[in-house]
Design a binder for this molecule. Structure first.
Ligand SMILES: [Zn+2]
Length: 271
C-alpha cells in the first residue's frame, strides 16, 4: 500500500525539490530521493519526506496537533481562514511554512484550489497527521527549505517563526508572504486562566525590516465555546506545554465561556 508515497513522489517531481544540504536537484531511486552528491532522503510510506538529519525535540506532540484539528473543525478559526484565503488566487502554488497538522492546506484543497500545495514543519508528529491529502508534506528546517529558487507564488506563515531570506529564495519574484501574527488579546482566556501576561510579539517589526507590507487585516472575534472543547483549547497552544498533567486537569475543570481570536493577517512582498 504505497499509494500515498507514490503521490508524494509525483508531487515532489512536479514541484522541483533540491537537497537542503548541497542545493543540487534530486532524482528518484526506488523509494528515495537522491541528490547529485548522494545525499539521500527516504520516502515515508505514510506519504511524506523527512529532510532533518536528526529529529527536532518533540515539544509539540501528537495530542497538541490533534487538539488543534478539533478546534479548527469546531469553526473557531473560520474567520481567520477565510481572511487568509481571500489573499490567495486559485491556481497559485502555495507553501505553508510551519504547517503543523496541515489544516490550512487541507481546507484550501477542499475548496478546490488547483495550484500546487506544499507544507513543511519541523515536527514529524505534525507532518504525520498532515500527510493525508493533496499537498506535499515535508519534515524540514525552514532555514533550509528543500525547494528550488522561485518555486512558489505564496508562502503562508501562520503563528510560526519565519526566515525571510529563505522565503525570498523559494518565492517567485512576484510572490508574496501571508503572515498571521497574534494581537494582544489572542487566546486571552487561556492566559487569564494561567495568570499569564499578554505576549509581546515583535513578528511584524521583523517582517517590516525584510519585506514590504502591502495589506494588514485584523480579525477580532469573541467566540462562544462549548465547555467540551476547553481541554482541546488548552492543549492546542504552545503556551501550556510546560504544565504538569495535574495542573492541566485543574485548568480543564473551569472552562472559559468564550475564546478571543485576535489575529493580524499581513500580506507582504519581498524588497
Ligand atoms: Zn545533497
Amino acid at each position: 500500500m504505497h499509494g500515498r508515497l507514490e503521490h508524494a513522489f509525483s508531487l515532489s517531481a512536479s514541484i522541483g525539490m533540491i537537497c537542503p544540504i548541497c542545493g543540487s536537484p534530486y532524482v528518484r531511486q526506488e523509494q528515495s530521493l537522491v541528490c547529485q552528491k548522494g545525499h539521500t532522503v527516504n520516502g515515508n510510506r505514510k506519504g511524506y519526506f523527512n529532510f532533518l538529519s536528526r529529529p527536532a525535540p518533540d515539544t509539540y506532540g501528537k495530542p497538541l496537533f490533534e487538539a488543534r484539528q478539533r478546534v479548527f473543525h469546531a469553526g473557531l478559526y473560520d474567520g481567520v481562514m477565510s481572511a487568509v484565503f481571500d489573499e490567495i488566487q486559485n491556481g497559485e502554488s502555495v507553501l505553508d511554512v510551519g504547517c503543523g497538522e496541515g489544516t490550512y492546506l487541507h481546507a484550501l484543497a477542499d475548496r478546490g484550489h488547483n495550484g500546487k500545495l506544499a507544507g513543511v514543519d519541523i515536527s514529524r508528529q505534525g507532518i504525520e497527521i498532515a500527510s493525508t491529502g493533496e499537498a506535499l508534506f515535508c519534515v524540514a528546517d525552514m532555514r533550509h527549505l528543500p525547494f528550488a529558487v522561485h518555486s512558489f507564488d505564496t508562502i503562508l506563515n501562520i503563528l510560526s517563526p519565519a526566515d525571510y531570506s529563505e522565503f525570498q529564495r523559494v518565492l517567485k519574484p512576484s510572490g508574496k508572504v501571508i503572515k498571521v501574527i497574534p494581537g494582544p488579546d489572542y487566546l486571552k482566556e487561556v492566559r487569564e486562566a494561567r495568570h499569564l501576561k499578554g505576549g509581546d510579539s515583535q513578528a511584524d517589526a521583523r517582517l517590516k525590516e525584510k519585506m514590504h507590507i502591502h495589506k494588514t487585516r485584523h480579525v477580532y472575534e469573541v467566540k462562544a465555546i462549548d465547555a467540551g472543547l476547553w481541554p482541546d483549547i488548552l492543549q492546542m497552544t504552545p503556551l501550556n506545554q510546560d504544565l504538569t498533567q495535574e495542573q492541566f486537569r485543574d485548568m480543564a475543570k473551569t472552562p472559559a465561556r468564550t475564546l478571543t481570536i485576535d489575529l493580524m493577517i499581513l500580506t507582504a512582498f519581498p524588497g
